[in-house]
Design a binder for this molecule. Structure first.
Ligand SMILES: Nc1ncnc2c1ncn2[C@@H]1O[C@H](COP(=O)(O)OP(=O)(O)OP(=O)(O)O)[C@@H](O)[C@H]1O
Length: 341
C-alpha cells in the first residue's frame, strides 16, 4: 500500500550535501506492522517525513494505494494527510487542552459537529483505557497515558495508516510493553497499517511483521521478522539482534567450561514447529550418546518458536559423528569455535 521506489533524499546545506535516504525500494503491505530500525542518523525520520509529505524525495517515487503522492493537488494532499495518523516520541500534546480537547482537535479541523465529536472522543477514550481522564491536562498524566492520548488523537479521523516515530523511546520498559500491546490492538481491531521507526530491536521483535534495517540512508536488510531474527545477513542486523538476544554465555563461563576440560560446543538453532519434536533426545538415543544443554533459550517470535541452544555431546566419538550428521538434516547445527563471542 505504501511503496518506495528508488527513493533518495539529499539535503543541500551551505557547504555540503547530506544524503539522508539513498535509493530505497520497499513496500509496506496493507494491514501489516512494518518496522524500520537503524542507529541514530540512519535516515529513519527522513523516510517517515517523506511518507507524510513533510519532505519531498530528491529522486524516486512514493505511492500510497497506487497513487504517486507527488502528483496530488493541495486538496488531495490534505485529504491524504488526514488518512495518516502520527504519534511521536515526545507525544506532542497541546498542554493547554484537556485530554478530550487534544483528541477532539483533528475532528474540529475536519469540521465535525460538537455532538459527533463528543461521541467519537468517548469511543476513543474507552479504546485507549482513559475514560476517567477526559478532563485532565497532559501534565497530570504519566508518559504512558500521554502516549495513549497521542494514539487516540491519531486515530480520531479513522486513518488507514498510523506512523509511529520512536513512539516508545521515552518510556520505561513496562510502559513500553503496554503501548506496544495497544498498537497491536489498533492493528488487529481496525486493520490499520502501522509504519514505525525505532532504534530498539525489542519493539521490532514484539509487534512487527516485517522489518527493514537502515544504515547510512540505505536499506541493508529487509524481510519477515522471524526470518531476519533467525538468520540475519548483515553485521549491523546481527548487532541489533544481539541487543535483545544473548546467544552466548559470558566469556568467564565459557573459560570456566574450557578450564574444566569441557567438550566441543555446538550451537543448535531450531525454527518453528521442529521445536516441538524431541529431535535432540531422539537422535542421541538412537546413536547411544548423551547431550548436555550448556546454555540457551527457546523464544516465541511472530507466534513461532525459535530455539537457540549451546550443547555438548558425551559418548563414543564415531557415534557422535553419526548423530551430528543426522542432526544436520533436521536443524541448523554448527560447532562453536569463537567462544569469546
Ligand atoms: N532537514 C535536514 N537538513 C539537513 N540534514 C538533515 C535534515 N534532516 C536530517 N538530516 C540529516 O540526514 C541524516 C539522517 O537523519 P535522520 O534524522 O533521518 O536519521 P534517523 O535515523 O532518524 O536518526 P535519529 O534517530 O537520530 O533521528 C543525518 O545525517 C541528519 O543530520
Amino acid at each position: 500500500m505504501i511503496a518506495f521506489e528508488n527513493v533518495s533524499k539529499t539535503f543541500r546545506l551551505e557547504k555540503r550535501e547530506v544524503q539522508a535516504v539513498r535509493d530505497v525500494t520497499l513496500t509496506v503491505e496493507e494491514g501489516e506492522i512494518f518496522g524500520v530500525i537503524g542507529f541514530s542518523g540512519a535516515g529513519k525520520s527522513t523516510l517517515l517525513r517523506l511518507v507524510n509529505m513533510l519532505e519531498r524525495p530528491t529522486k524516486g517515487t512514493i505511492t500510497i494505494h497506487g497513487v504517486d503522492i507527488s502528483t496530488l493537488t493541495p486538496k488531495e494532499l490534505r485529504q491524504r494527510r488526514r488518512n495518516i495518523g502520527m504519534i511521536f516520541q515526545n507525544f506532542n500534546l497541546f498542554q493547554s487542552r484537556t485530554v478530550a480537547g487534544n483528541i477532539a482537535y483533528p475532528l474540529k479541523l475536519a469540521g465535525w459537529t460538537k455532538a459527533k465529536i463528543k461521541e467519537r472522543v468517548n469511543e476513543l477514550l474507552r479504546f485507549v483505557g482513559l475514560s476517567d481522564k477526559a478532563t485532565d491536562y497532559p501534565d497530570q498524566l504519566s508518559g504512558g497515558q500521554k502516549q495513549r492520548v497521542g494514539i487516540a488523537r491519531a486515530l480520531a479521523t479513522s486513518p488507514d495508516v498510523l506512523i509511529c516515530d520512536e513512539a516508545t523511546s521515552a518510556l520505561d520498559p513496562e510502559t513500553t510493553a503496554e503501548i506496544l500491546r495497544l498498537l497491536k490492538k489498533v492493528n488487529k481491531e481496525f486493520g490499520i497499517t502501522i509504519l514505525l521507526i525505532t532504534h530498539e530491536m525489542y519493539v521490532i521483535q514484539s509487534i512487527c511483521h516485517r522489518v527493514a534495517v537502515m544504515e547510512n540512508g540505505q536499506v541493508i536488510e529487509t524481510g519477515d521478522v522471524f526470518d531476519v531474527f533467525t538468520d540475519p545477513q548483515h553485521s549491523t542486523t546481527q548487532r541489533f539482534i544481539q541487543s535483545v538476544q544473548q546467544d552466548l554465555p559470558s566469556p568467564h563461563i565459557l573459560q570456566d567450561w574450557r578450564a574444566k576440560g569441557g567438550k566441543k560446543l555446538y550451537r543448535v538453532l531450531f525454527k518453528g514447529s521442529i521445536t516441538n519434536d524431541a529431535v535432540l533426545s531422539q537422535v542421541t538415543q538412537k546413536h547411544y550418546i548423551h547431550f548436555n544443554i550448556v546454555y540457551g533459550s527457546v523464544k516465541e517470535l511472530q507466534e513461532k518458536l525459535f530455539g537457540n541452544l549451546l550443547i555438548s555431546f558425551a559418548g563414543d566419538a564415531d557415534r557422535i559423528h553419526d548423530a551430528l550428521n543426522e542432526l544436520r538434516q533436521l536443524v541448523d547445527i554448527e560447532e562453536v569455535t569463537d567462544l569469546e563471542g
